[in-house]
Design a binder for this molecule. Structure first.
Ligand SMILES: [Zn+2]
Length: 223
């Protein structure tokens, strides 16, 4: 979950910058492990900046659940890679700004899957940070939050953009995670919950209008 205020914008900007220096490696808090940072495998960072900035720590069960989900998606969709953005810092304390809930290893933001307008899968989101490629509601009536509420103030992308949400692969990822007992809940916008077929799934929830939009990424909470 991300705050969509100025602090969040600052975080996004930082996440988009090329990393020229690496912060000192900190010893993670007990129970936290690092997510894989290599450019191979079914689970990878959207950008190596998340690893260089040490925002890639999770609990061991969370890592196992994410690895299982990524392997499951890749089985159904060969070549599909689950890409992560912000998880937790190594100190294991909440909150980890600009987020309201990350920090103790039980949260992660995952990229949605995207495709070209003619349906060819994209390997990664159309933004460098993985955030910000919003999939708008198909009908305005499905928009729950007032756009200028201050927390849902990020605009929809242009109608003529060259990409769209890959419903099938995104739904597969959510399905894998929802079926995992180590996953507590998954935040997505209400219009995507319905559109992707999770209307009756109590684990797939709306985070509310007081936090950032969840139609450019999904947020996972682990037990
Ligand atoms: Zn989050």
């Amino acid at each position: 979950m991300r705050l969509a205020a100025a602090a969040a914008a600052a975080g996004l900007v930082a996440a988009c910058q090329p990393v020229t220096t690496t912060e000192p490696v900190a010893r993670p808090a007990p129970g936290l492990v690092a997510l894989p940072c290599e450019a191979r495998g079914a689970l990878r960072p959207v950008s190596t900046s998340y690893c260089a900035r040490h925002r890639h720590y999770v609990t061991e069960p969370a890592l196992a659940a994410l690895s299982d989900a990524a392997a499951g998606v890749a089985r159904r969709h060969p070549g599909a890679v689950v890409l992560f953005m912000e998880a937790s810092w190594p100190r294991g304390e909440k909150p980890m700004p600009p987020h309201v809930s990350h920090g103790d290893g039980r949260q992660i933001d995952l990229a949605l899957f995207y495709a070209t307008r003619d349906g060819r899968p994209l390997a990664s989101p159309p933004t460098a940070s993985g955030y910000g490629a919003f999939e708008p509601p198909s009908r305005e009536a499905e928009r729950v939050c007032v756009p200028d509420s201050g927390h849902h103030d990020r605009p929809d992308p242009p109608a003529g953009r060259g990409w769209r949400l890959d419903d099938e692969r995104t739904a597969e990822l959510i399905r894998m995670l929802s079926a995992d007992s180590r996953v507590r809940r998954i935040f997505v916008e209400p219009h995507l919950k319905q559109r992707l077929g999770f209307g009756g799934d109590p684990k797939v929830r709306f985070a509310g209008c007081a936090v950032a939009r969840h139609d450019d990424h999904i947020h996972i909470d682990f037990h």
